[in-house]
Design a protein. Structure first.
Length: 397
């Protein structure tokens, strides 16, 4: 679930910030994801319930933090869906000039929502199949592009400097989000005590290898300037190093990856919306399930409608920082939940979770100021409304 369209769509925006330091930026994000992944695995093993950090912090008595975490994940999921759909459409437009990007993104979202209505089993099978096909296609791309890589394009290692690298890491960060979905859907996983730690840590390691090799190859072919100016960097790298036919290969990979990641993103986000509905942190009807497929159909419907609105109103690079900001808040809440575990429930030192929180805060502050203020303003406003509703006894505390 990690390796997805973020690699195809975000690597250009991250390079625009970090320059040739984009590989270091990706690595920084991977380290923060690993710290948070360990925390998520620790809590998910002990409390295998759908909802992730929303349920975990609530279980420990931190209802306000729980609400903020849940809303952050919903925003992350909704905005991320918009980014993924727009990425899918942007790559399509490379082959079919003049293609209406918002319309294509909208069609993709509707198709993904339809598949998710059938529940988790068919969705997971599609995800697994698509991952291995994409791995083959990306391996072909890297192998055939390697002779065109110019080592001088990889220097300087820190690119535009440490501030630029951190900004690049912050913009790219939302693409690491997939590992959390395993812990979020813990209630539907067989043998969670073994499966969750293996899936989280192993998934992050595999994703890091794929990200660094593919991004490094593209950087070596194009150079930082050209790579930072496009939202279809890997497509441009393939056509430059190999030829026009390789563009079709990358397009096929981007199409499948976008579709599979949207499947996983919408699935896990709807699970959090479903959990918030059941606990009445959101309207209770969001907690309903389809009687036949046991999918949270109302939650899926609401998320899809909001996603359709976003892809028709905002461009790709405007949505990315918002998605990263919400992801970082969710990760911080996950690390916080791990700190509440008893000593016997942990399999890692508590310092891992403290480092995760500190790293999330540092990267959050590296985002564009408008995205920090906007995200914080929305969360504070919603938390204030929640407090007023509790005071008015419209909903339980």
């Amino acid at each position: 679930m990690i390796v997805g369209t973020g690699l195809f769509t975000s690597v250009g925006a991250a390079t625009a910030k970090a320059g040739s330091g984009v590989l270091v930026a990706i690595l920084i994000g991977g380290m923060i994801a690993l710290l948070t992944g360990i925390s998520a695995a620790e809590v998910g093993v002990n409390y295998p319930q759908e909802g992730g950090a929303f349920i975990w912090t609530r279980r420990f008595g931190f209802h306000t933090i729980s609400f903020v975490a849940g809303v952050s994940y919903l925003f992350d999921g909704i905005v991320g869906l918009g980014v993924l759909a727009l990425g899918f459409a942007t790559y399509s437009a490379q082959i079919f000039p003049g293609l209406p990007v918002p319309l294509v993104a909208s069609v993709a979202l509707i198709a993904v929502a339809a598949v998710n209505l059938f529940g988790i089993s068919p969705t997971s099978k599609v995800l697994i199949g698509v991952f291995f096909i994409n791995l083959v296609l990306l391996t072909v791309y890297v192998g055939l592009s390697a002779p065109s890589v110019k080592v001088e394009h990889l220097a300087p290692v820190l690119g535009t400097g440490i501030r630029g690298v951190l900004s690049g890491a912050a913009v790219f960060f939302w693409t690491w989000d997939g590992f959390q979905r395993t812990a979020i859907m813990a209630s539907e996983i067989k043998d969670p005590r073994t499966t969750i730690p293996f899936a989280v840590v192993g998934g992050i390691a595999i994703a890091a290898i794929v990200y660094l090799i593919v991004a490094g190859t593209t950087l070596g072919v194009l150079g930082a300037d050209a790579m930072g100016k496009t939202d279809a960097a890997i497509f441009l790298g393939a056509t430059t190093a190999i030829g026009s036919w390789a563009g079709w290969m990358i397009l096929a990979s981007a199409w499948m990856t976008a579709f599979s990641e949207m499947l996983g993103d919408l699935l896990s986000t709807s699970k959090v919306g479903h959990a918030m509905g059941k606990t009445r942190e959101l309207p209770s009807w969001l907690g309903a399930e389809n009687s036949r497929f046991h999918s949270p159909h109302y939650s899926l419907l609401v998320l899809t409608v909001i996603g359709l609105t976003l892809v028709n109103l905002f461009p790709l690079r405007i949505l990315m920082p918002i998605a990263s900001a919400c992801t970082l808040i969710w990760y911080a809440a996950t690390n916080f939940a791990a700190l509440e575990l008893r000593k016997g429930q942990r399999f890692a030192w508590s310092v891992v979770s403290w480092l995760g929180i500190a790293a999330c805060l540092g990267l959050f502050l590296s985002l564009p100021l408008w995205s920090i203020v906007g995200t914080a303003g929305i969360l504070v406003s919603l938390t204030g409304i929640r407090w007023l509703l509790i005071r008015a006894k419209v909903r339980p505390a």
